[in-house]
Design a protein around this ligand. Structure first.
Ligand code: FAD
Ligand code: NAD
Length: 467
């Protein structure tokens, strides 16, 4: 006789584990099936967390070598211990994945290790590493199987010389030269890590700009900053092949619009041209779950077209972000018990954890222009912010976009140190549908970087005071 559950979740990433914890809190009998050895999914194991650990450590290393002297701190004999840097990253990952197991126990979530498949309505079949299969009967199934690396046609990722983000998070030595294919979030973050540690990094991007999706003005200024740091850019170029020689990789590229072939040599090539939904072997077709042409599961309020089957996170349409998956996981569990669940898709912040950091929430200038929405704009540079000057971290600016008639904040875009922490305030303001004047008239502590947001908001009505 098979066990009966209220909910079986397939996938233990930020979508799945948050859904499981919330479902446990709400009193459901819930199991979370994860094929990996640890919980946490892409984010904790090979994504957000290890990349941020390496970004933090490599930034400290670079700062010690480049900017500490100006602060009056002399350092001698600073050297890199890459093995220790990697060990420290792994320790963080290990601690956090174990933390999810603890939260599962605390919230009475059953963790089942194995590969899940939808065997029919209300039936999940799980196969473990030894091939042993068990079946669960459940009232609800949530698909939270995430995403995988989009391959570059004609290129085989070996995770040693031609790597995806997973290989780039665990290189055993610093390559002399690295070519990054794709000037998106992963390319800029992991490209920054290896450049800081000593690699000569060049980025090849198909589009004529970096960071598609980010505000154009921010992307332009960010590219200038990365260039000053020594990162090379080949924009509007398409890669036509990678030749694997004994000691080098030879990458051929040509202008996207057509033109002469150019060659770049590298020790390591990082392929990061996006991610695609991962739903392999789930039995979606037999279960009747529909996907769009790119393979994303189609949902309405996290429900697929099949009663009792839900889907959340990277395998569904929308930004492939851990906090989007988390929001959906929580909302989905609440919807399953009949609560009024909600995700505000207009207020999902995006952050690129480079130096300077880039962060935004809401719409870009380009999107507002395209939608024909009249807006006003206020901006404030960190060069005029007292805290940024005290810290010698004056790169970047904050920009607030507000509706020309109602003054409602429609978008906030930032580039600078610690803007990943500052964007939360803008998101909260937008969640409460604040006017730019609400931010401008909120007392901000002095001296803080967040005063730049206030000054930018003042700028919407033309009364910025500190510039
Ligand atoms: P995932 O985290 O991919 O989890 C899905 C899980 O399902 C996996 O553990 C997988 O093993 C499991 N699974 C799949 N199929 C089955 C099956 N049949 N049976 C059992 N288990 C199965 N996002 C951010 O917001 N901030 C960041 O800083 C950030 N940094 C990133 C850095 C990198 C290098 C990468 C690659 C991604 C990063 N992301 C970041 C994106 C983030 O990792 C994803 O958006 C997030 O993990 C999606 O969560 P998810 O639960 O939908 O899927
Ligand atoms: P991305 O979509 O951010 O960037 C991919 C880039 O590759 C784009 O600029 C695209 O134009 C370019 N590209 C596509 N095909 C190409 C080709 N053939 N040749 C050259 N360039 C090409 O994707 P990513 O950087 O791989 O990241 C994958 C996902 O992971 C993203 O959705 C992102 O949201 C998520 N992620 C988020 C964070 C974060 O939030 N800080 C960090 C890392 C990853």
């Amino acid at each position: 006789m098979a066990d009966t559950y209220d909910l079986v979740i397939i996938g233990g990433g930020p979508g799945g584990y948050n859904c499981a914890i919330r479902a446990g809190q709400l009193g459901l009998r819930v199991a979370c099936v994860e094929k990996g050895a640890t919980l946490g999914g892409t984010c904790l194991n090979v994504g957000c967390i290890p990349s941020k650990a390496l970004l933090h450590a490599s930034e400290a290393y670079e700062n010690i070598n480049t900017s500490y002297a100006a602060l009056g701190i002399k350092t001698n004999g600073v050297s890199l211990d890459l093995a220790q840097m990697m060990a420290s990253k792994s320790e963080t990952v290990d601690g956090l994945t174990k933390g999810i197991s603890f939260l599962f126990k605390k919230n009475k979530v059953e963790h089942i290790t194995g590969t899940g498949r939808i065997a029919g309505p209300g039936a999940v079949e799980i196969t473990d590493a030894k091939g042993k299969t068990i079946s669960l009967v459940t009232k609800n199934i949530v698909i939270a199987t995430g995403s995988e690396v989009t391959p570059l046609p004609g290129t085989k990722i070996d995770e040693k010389r031609i790597v995806s983000s997973t290989g780039a998070l665990a290189l055993p030595r610093v390559p002399k030269t690295m070519v990054v294919i794709g000037a998106g979030v992963i390319g800029l973050e992991l490209g920054s890590v290896w450049r800081r540690l000593g690699a000569k990094v060049s980025v090849v991007e198909y589009l004529p700009r970096i960071l598609p999706g980010a505000d154009g003005e921010i992307a332009k200024q960010a590219q200038r900053a990365f260039k000053r740091q020594g990162m090379g850019f080949h924009l509007g170029m398409k890669v036509t092949g990678i030749e694997t020689l004994k000691t080098k990789l030879k990458l051929s590229m040509e202008p996207a619009k057509g033109g002469d072939v150019q060659i770049l040599e590298a020790d390591v090539v990082l392929v990061c041209i996006g991610r695609r939904p991962f739903t392999q072997g789930l039995g979606l077709k037999t279960a009747g779950v529909k996907t769009d042409p790119r393979g994303f599961i189609e949902t309405k309020n996290w429900q697929t077209g099949v009663p009792g089957i839900w889907a959340i996170g990277d395998c569904t349409i929308g930004p492939m972000l851990a906090h989007k998956a988390e929001e959906e996981g929580t909302a989905c569990a609440e919807a399953i018990v009949g609560k009024a669940a909600h995700v505000n898709y207009a207020v999902i912040p995006g952050v690129v954890y480079t130096a300077p950091e880039i962060a935004w929430v809401g719409r870009t200038e380009e999107e507002l222009i395209e939608a024909g929405i009249a807006f006003k704009k206020g901006a404030f540079p960190f060069t005029a912010n007292a805290r940024a000057r005290a810290n010698h971290e004056t790169q970047g600016f904050v920009k607030v976009l507000a509706d020309a008639t109602t003054d409602e904040v429609l978008g906030v875009h930032m580039m600078g140190t610690n803007v990943s922490e500052m964007i939360g305030e803008a998101a909260l303001a937008m969640e409460f549908r604040a006017a730019s004047e609400d931010i401008a008239r909120t007392c901000h502590a002095h001296p803080t970087l967040s005063e730049a947001l206030r000054q930018a908001a003042m700028g919407v009505e033309g009364w910025t005071m500190q510039m």
